[in-house]
Write a protein that binds this ligand. Structure first.
Ligand SMILES: Cc1ncc(COP(=O)(O)O)c(C=O)c1O
Length: 404
C-alpha cells in the first residue's frame, strides 16, 4: 500500500491569496461598476526590456539552426551567464565569488525551497516572523518541524524571530541556537533592509555557532542607499557560513520567463563536508537547467544597454513606492519600507486587524493590498502594499487613501 508524506498534512493551507481572490470577486459581483486597484500582488507589470527581448529573439533563432542549436544546458548553467554574474554582481562589488560557485536555476523560489534537502532533518531552522512562506513550508514538507499550532499561528520546533517596528523589522540574534538561519533582505513583506555592520553580526554569530545562513537577496536590485549590503559576501567570513539566492524576477521582470541562481562557495562546509558538491549532485540529479534562450536573455541584463533599461524600470517602480510612502504619510498612516524595496509596510489604523483593514480598504477605497497576518502572526496589525502597479493606478490609489 502506498503511503503519503504525512508532513504535508501539517500545512494549514495557503489561504492568503485565495481568500483575497474570493473577497475581491465577491466585492466585484456586488459592485459591478467598481474600479478596483490591485496593490497586493508581488508580480511585476512592466514588459521585459528591449535589449533582453532582442537577445531572447536571437537565441530563439539559434535554436532553429543545426549549427547553433542547444540541447541540455551544462549542470551549473552556461558559462557566459555565470561569468557575467560573478563579475558584475560579486567581483565588481569586491565580493570574492567565482563563476563556478554560481548555480543557474529557474528562480529563487525553487532554490529557497529545495536547498533544505542537502541538510539533515535534525537541523533546527530559524525564520523571521513575518516571513516569505516558502522557507517554512518547505521545511514542514521535509519533516524538519513539529505540528502547526493554530492558536500561535506557528509550527513547533521552529525558531521564530519576531520583526516589528520596535526592532526596525530586523531580527535580534536568537538566544536558542539555530542550525539553519533564513534571512531575506531587502525583505518581503516588510520592505526593511539590514545595514552591513548589522549583517556582519549575523555572519559572526553563524561562524561561532556552526550555523549556515540562507540569504535571500531577491530584491537586491532595489537597494538605493549606501551602507546596505547587496550581497552577504560583502561581510567578512561569509564564504564560510552563507549561501545566497538571487532572482531575475523583480530585477528584470522575469517572473514569467524564470531565471535565478544560487551561490555556494567552494569552501563552505557543514559537518566537516563541503556543501558545493552536495548541491551540484542534487542539481545534476533532479534538475535539467534553465532554458538556453532564457539564459541568453539573462546575459543581456548584464550588457550596458540592458543594465540601463532595467535601472529605468526599477526607478519607475521605486517612483511608485515614493508616491505610496508620501500618500500614506499625508493620509496619516505609519509606514516603512519602500526606499530600498518595492514593498511598503503600513500599520493598520485604529487597532484594526490586518483582515479588518483589508475589508475596509476594499469597501471604502476599492484598493486591494495584502494583510500582514498572512505572513505570520507578527504581521498582525500591518498591511503590505506593492510598488509594482502602474503609475496611474498608484496615484489613484493614494487619492483614495486620502479620502478614507
Ligand atoms: C523573498 C522572495 N524570494 C524569492 C522569491 C521568488 O522569486 P522567483 O520568481 O525567482 O522564484 C520571491 C518572489 O516573490 C520573494 O519575494
Amino acid at each position: 500500500m502506498a503511503h503519503i508524506n504525512k508532513n504535508y498534512l501539517k500545512l494549514p493551507g495557503s489561504y492568503l491569496f485565495s481568500t483575497i481572490g474570493k473577497k475581491v470577486r465577491e466585492y466585484q459581483e456586488a459592485n459591478p461598476d467598481s474600479d478596483i486597484i490591485r496593490l497586493g500582488i508581488g508580480d511585476v507589470t512592466q514588459p521585459i526590456a528591449p535589449a533582453i527581448i532582442s537577445s531572447l529573439h536571437s537565441a530563439v533563432d539559434e535554436m532553429g539552426s543545426a549549427d547553433s542549436f542547444h540541447g541540455y544546458a551544462p549542470d551549473l548553467g552556461y558559462e557566459f551567464l555565470r561569468s557575467a554574474i560573478a563579475k558584475t554582481d560579486y567581483q565588481d562589488r569586491s565580493c570574492n565569488i567565482s563563476a563556478d560557485e554560481i548555480f543557474i536555476s529557474d528562480g529563487a523560489k525553487c532554490d529557497c525551497g529545495n536547498i533544505q534537502e542537502i541538510f539533515g532533518l535534525d537541523n533546527r531552522i530559524a525564520v523571521c516572523d513575518p516571513v516569505y512562506p516558502v522557507y517554512v513550508d518547505s521545511n514542514v514538507m521535509a519533516g524538519r518541524t513539529g505540528e502547526y499550532d493554530p492558536e500561535a499561528g506557528r509550527f513547533k520546533d521552529v525558531i521564530y524571530m519576531t520583526c516589528r517596528s520596535e526592532n526596525g523589522f530586523v531580527p535580534e540574534l536568537p538566544e536558542e541556537k539555530p542550525d539553519l538561519i533564513y534571512l531575506c533582505f531587502p525583505n518581503n513583506p516588510t520592505g526593511a533592509v539590514i545595514k552591513t555592520a548589522e549583517l556582519q553580526k549575523w555572519v559572526d554569530y553563524a561562524r561561532k555557532n556552526g550555523s549556515i545562513i540562507l540569504y535571500d537577496a531577491a530584491y537586491e536590485a532595489y537597494i538605493s542607499e549606501a551602507g546596505v549590503p547587496h550581497s552577504i559576501y560583502e561581510c567578512e567570513g561569509a564564504r564560510e557560513c552563507a549561501i545566497e539566492f538571487r532572482s531575475f524576477s523583480k530585477t528584470a521582470g522575469f517572473t514569467g520567463l524564470r531565471l535565478g541562481f544560487t551561490v555556494i562557495p567552494k569552501d563552505l562546509e557543514a559537518d566537516g563536508e563541503k556543501l558545493w558538491p552536495l548541491w551540484a549532485r542534487r542539481h545534476g540529479t533532479k534538475y535539467n537547467g534553465a532554458p538556453y534562450i532564457v539564459q541568453r536573455a539573462g546575459e543581456a541584463v548584464y550588457t550596458p544597454e540592458g543594465r540601463a533599461q532595467i535601472t529605468e524600470q526599477i526607478a519607475y517602480y521605486m517612483g511608485n513606492a515614493k508616491i505610496i510612502k508620501e500618500g500614506l504619510a499625508k493620509a496619516g498612516f505609519e509606514a516603512s519600507g519602500g526606499v530600498n524595496a518595492p514593498y511598503i509596510w503600513l500599520r493598520t489604523p485604529d487597532g484594526m486587524t490586518s483582515w479588518e483593514f483589508f475589508d475596509y480598504l476594499l469597501e471604502k477605497g476599492g484598493v486591494v493590498g495584502t494583510p500582514g497576518s498572512g505572513f505570520g502572526p507578527a504581521g498582525e496589525y500591518y498591511f503590505r502594499l506593492t510598488a509594482f502597479g502602474s503609475r496611474e493606478n498608484t496615484i489613484k490609489a493614494m487619492e483614495r487613501f486620502s479620502n478614507l
